[in-house]
Ligand binder design. Structure first.
Ligand code: FAD
Length: 422
């Protein structure tokens, strides 16, 4: 958030300055909105756009000035979001680079780490992602079995991570690894800065059913990590990982102030307009059932907007704990699935096989294939429900037989053979 040394500029003059700069320096976007998704081309373009924002003094509005940001307030960020909505922005960098990794470094990095990495992040020169989930399961994050072993020059990392969005086109990752097998599972983890493209790391892209190649799996074969790359304290990586997840929930739920423009792709307003166009384009604008579906999607979007304002404001004033971002994330994930269903129902057969004239219907068909992703990314819906019950409502913690026992002694996952044999 805004630092104490912030140069305060009133919102009206900031709006005017932003409006003029955007008109002079950025391109307007068409009806299809911001480009979304990781690819070589989208990331290369995003690096250029982020560099332009930095040069213009509009990158990292809520990051401290001493770390390359502008030291402004979330209110300035909201103003800028309104002004930049019609312009091409580096949206692909918003999740995870700017709203998850950078804020976690800000919270837990040493002063040297912040000076070294944050300005390069805000300039779009070095892109960051997260090495968190493992092939044996992502929900049980405290059970990670990728290991970092101390040696004379720092640490040696071995194991495997998966579902790392954009790893092949990025530069650095925050990686959670087990450093003490005698400590209970939450107390033997450490978070490291890992340079992605270096000897010992193999990055493989994963092709999904919808054709997307955003996900990667990485294999670590005794990767050397210097001692200064520990983030937070050795064996206290759980604190860093918990904060990272908090930033991720806020980011996905829409409550972050660390990036400009849409979190990913189209806004819900844009999606809403699309459904009306889709109904018209498929000749169903007068169909009562279809009108009901469009109205339902509209109501879900409107409630989401109000929920965001209410919970976002509550977290800002301390009325709600930071973990309340789980409410926003859960709502977005569950209603996102319903909205995907509605889109495909209206698109009908054109959502399965389409031509250029019916491209919009095809988009709903493609979206349907990944409709579950919002309920997994950044922690599944079941995990959000646990967080809401235990850390927002204060209900008793779920029983865990392994909580206080040495991790090496409790039943835990094993790295799949393919990963350890490489
Ligand atoms: C779009 C997207 C982007 C992602 N990006 C990244 C990334 O950049 N980096 C990264 O490291 N990971 C990333 N992930 C992975 C994500 O963090 C995991 O998918 C998530 O944590 C769930 O882990 P899993 O897929 O292994 O499912 P599992 O943990 O195997 O869970 C499968 C199902 O079982 C349920 N379940 C598991 N345990 C319990 C329990 N104790 N109680 C009740 N239900 C339970 C889960 O809720 C889920 O429904 C991404 C995922 C998606 C979809």
């Amino acid at each position: 958030m805004a630092d104490e040394n912030a140069v305060s500029e009133d919102l009206d003059s900031f709006r005017q300055r932003a409006r003029e700069w955007l008109a002079a320096n950025m391109s307007r976007v068409g009806p299809d909105g911001q480009p979304a998704g990781y690819s070589d081309a989208s990331v290369a373009r995003a690096r250029i756009l982020q560099g332009k924002l930095f040069e213009g003094g509009f990158a990292g509005l809520c990051f401290p000035r001493e770390h390359g940001g502008q030291g402004l307030s979330p209110a300035h960020q909201r103003v800028f979001n309104e002004e930049c909505a019609a312009y091409e922005m580096p949206a692909v960098l918003n999740i995870c680079h700017l709203t998850i990794l950078a804020p976690t470094l800000l919270d837990f990095g040493t002063e040297e780490q912040k000076q070294r990495y944050l300005p390069a992040i805000l300039r779009g020169e070095e892109l960051w992602i997260q090495f968190r989930s493992e092939p044996t399961g992502g929900s049980d994050l405290a059970g990670v079995i990728t290991r970092a072993t101390p040696d004379a020059d720092g640490w040696l990392l071995s194991g495997s991570k998966i579902w790392s969005t954009g790893a092949d086109v990025s530069d650095y990752a925050l990686c959670l690894a087990r450093t003490d097998w005698d400590a209970p599972k939450h107390r033997g983890l450490t978070m490291f800065v890992v340079k992605i493209h270096q000897p010992g790391i193999t990055v493989e892209r994963i092709k999904q059913v919808n054709g997307s190649m955003e996900f990667c799996q990485e294999f670590f074969d005794d990767v050397r990590i210097p001692p200064e790359n520990v983030v937070g304290q050795v064996n206290d990586g759980w604190s860093v990982a918990s904060r990272l997840l908090l930033h991720e929930r806020n980011s996905i739920g829409g409550a972050t102030s660390f990036a400009s423009g849409p979190r990913r792709g189209r806004s819900s307003d844009g999606a809403q307009r699309d459904l009306v166009e889709l109904a018209k384009g498929t000749g169903q604008a007068d169909d009562q059932g279809v009108r009901q579906l469009v109205a339902e999607a509209h109501v879900l979007g409107a409630v989401q907007g109000h929920l965001l304002q209410r919970v976002g404001a509550g977290m800002g004033t301390g009325h709600f704990p930071g973990t309340a971002g789980a409410i926003l994330k859960l709502y977005g994930a569950t209603t996102g699935i319903r909205r995907s269903d509605i889109g495909l129902e209206i698109a009908g057969t054109a959502g399965v096989a389409w031509n250029e004239d019916r491209r919009m219907a095809g988009q709903y068909g493609q979206q349907y294939l990944s409709k579950q992703s919002g309920g997994l990314a950044g922690g599944s819906n079941e995990m959000q429900r646990n967080i809401i019950s235990e850390r927002v409502l204060g209900m008793p913690r779920e029983f865990a037989a392994d909580r206080d026992r040495p991790f090496g002694e409790v039943k835990h996952n094993r790295m799949p053979v393919r990963a350890v044999e490489r």
